[in-house]
Design a protein. Structure first.
Length: 464
């Protein structure tokens, strides 16, 4: 009897805590590389979340164990590629990696560069495996719809979209629930295109009395498109004109919820709260709504929600919109110096950090360095200057530092090029001031030749 109970408990714990998925393969061109697999923490903010990593051994073989409790869309950055795969709990995937193609230096420092997306090949799949189903469906769907796009778009009420959907349904028959939902909401996107002037119809048909599929890409893609910048749009209508005051003055999710009912009778409170989160997320990037009331309203949702997925989304939105804002933690990093010593951003706590990004080829950078030298010498007791080189060849700027006898900390971005995106670097030089506790004081900060010292004195006086 005890053995039976133990087996049941182990089975339940496996459901709760997840089941192992293994990803393995062999490609000698990745020898010695670390492979890192990600998913999205949620599909509103699309913040990447690491779910597993492994090292490719000297023979090119790799094996990664990942624990998941639901089907996950997973991706991995492989130089110029972004490999994609859907993982189902308990499965083993033998995958093919594309030929290794590193990014050029220009691609690494280009903040607008996007990797080429491709599905990872799976050696041990079958025709009813989720990746094969989705990949085959997408190829058919895109080709089939492309030939009929104009007819669907121009003739919304008269189009034979239902006939098209019925045909697609008949071609792709499966008992895989994840695929069925994927297919359903890809077809719903088609119906949304046909009924573009009637958002209420699509919401009623596909969302009101349906489960919220937080983890289904097709569902969330359609949801995000339907409610894109929704508060900005809705606040300009007679039914939704109260949204602005609900946020700016009342800062009340409850009032927003009541105002939403004027347009769509959302009996599904879970869906309504998700719409509020999506609306708040987009409003942070819309100048119609001031930042502070939006953040207070978001904090109210974070405090009041009883739905774990919504609490996570609210936390992610807050993390995303406060990134690089003064008063919030600066992005962390781990970079190497000239001696190949790894420096973590936390090691600079205790002093103000005047962080700057620089390149050897920037005349302005080099012009600022002399002034930085004086700042470091005069305020060494309270200020630490840290320069991050974004040069392909670290030695160029390093040689210049040695020649000019600059003795503050110089680091290279090479092992973590993502730092340029973390700090939204689009030109050089750029500066940030971080307080002794790791929070941004000026973001961005003035350059040393733009009266930085004066601003710094004011900050020191105000904090005494």
């Amino acid at each position: 009897m005890k053995k039976v109970i133990l087996i049941i408990l182990l089975f339940i714990s496996g459901i709760i805590y997840g089941q192992d998925v293994t990803i393995e393969g062999e490609n000698i061109s990745y020898k010695g590389d670390e492979l890192i697999f990600y998913t999205y923490s949620d599909y509103i903010t699309k913040i990447p979340k690491e779910i597993g990593r492994c090292i490719v051994d000297t023979s090119g073989h790799f094996l990664c164990n990942i624990s998941i409790n639901k089907t996950e869309y997973c991706f991995i950055y492989l130089g110029v590629y972004k490999g994609m795969i859907f993982l189902e709990p308990g499965n083993n995937y033998k995958i093919n990696l594309p030929p290794k193609t590193e990014k050029t230096f220009e691609e690494k420092v280009n903040p607008f560069f996007e990797e080429c997306e491709l599905y990872l090949g799976i050696k041990n799949s079958n025709n009813n495996e989720l990746n094969i189903l989705i990949r085959t469906f997408d190829e058919f769907y895109e080709g089939y719809i492309q030939d009929r796009f104009l007819n669907i778009y121009r003739n919304a009420s008269n189009s034979n979209v239902d006939t098209i959907i019925d045909y697609i349904d008949s071609v792709f028959v499966s008992d895989n629930l994840d695929f069925l939902n994927y297919k359903k909401y890809k077809c719903a996107s088609l119906k949304n295109l046909a009924y573009q002037r009637n958002i209420k119809y699509v919401v009623k048909e596909y969302f009101l009395n349906q489960a919220v599929l937080y983890n289904n890409i097709a569902y969330m893609h359609l949801f995000n498109r339907l409610f894109d910048n929704y508060f900005s749009f809705y606040s300009r209508t007679k039914e939704g004109e109260r949204v602005f005051s609900d946020i700016v003055y009342a800062k009340s999710p409850k009032y927003i919820s009541e105002t939403l009912n004027n347009n769509i009778a959302l009996s599904n409170d879970t869906l309504k709260e998700l719409i509020i989160l999506k609306g708040l997320h987009d409003a942070f990037y819309d100048y119609d709504f001031p930042f502070s009331p939006l953040l207070q309203t978001l904090d109210s949702v974070l405090t009041l929600t009883t739905i774990p997925e919504h609490k996570l989304i609210a936390e992610n939105i807050k993390q995303k919109v406060t990134k690089l804002r003064t008063g919030y933690p600066s992005p962390v990093f781990e970079l190497f110096d000239k001696d190949s010593t790894l420096w973590k951003s936390g090691q600079f706590k205790g002093k103000y950090v005047y962080l700057n990004f620089c390149t050897d080829w920037s005349y302005t950078c080099k012009k600022d360095l002399e002034t930085l030298k004086k700042l470091q010498q005069e305020h060494n007791n309270v200020l630490q200057v840290v320069t991050i080189s974004a040069d392909e060849d670290f030695n160029k700027l390093l040689d210049y530092f040695n020649e000019k006898k600059y003795n503050w900390k110089l680091l290279h971005f090479g092992n973590y090029p993502e730092i340029l995106k973390e700090y939204k670097i689009k030109a050089y030089p750029i500066y940030y001031l971080i307080d002794p506790y790791g929070k941004l004081v000026m973001s961005p900060a003035p350059s040393p030749n733009e009266n930085f010292e004066l601003y710094f004195f004011k900050i020191l006086r105000s904090r005494k």
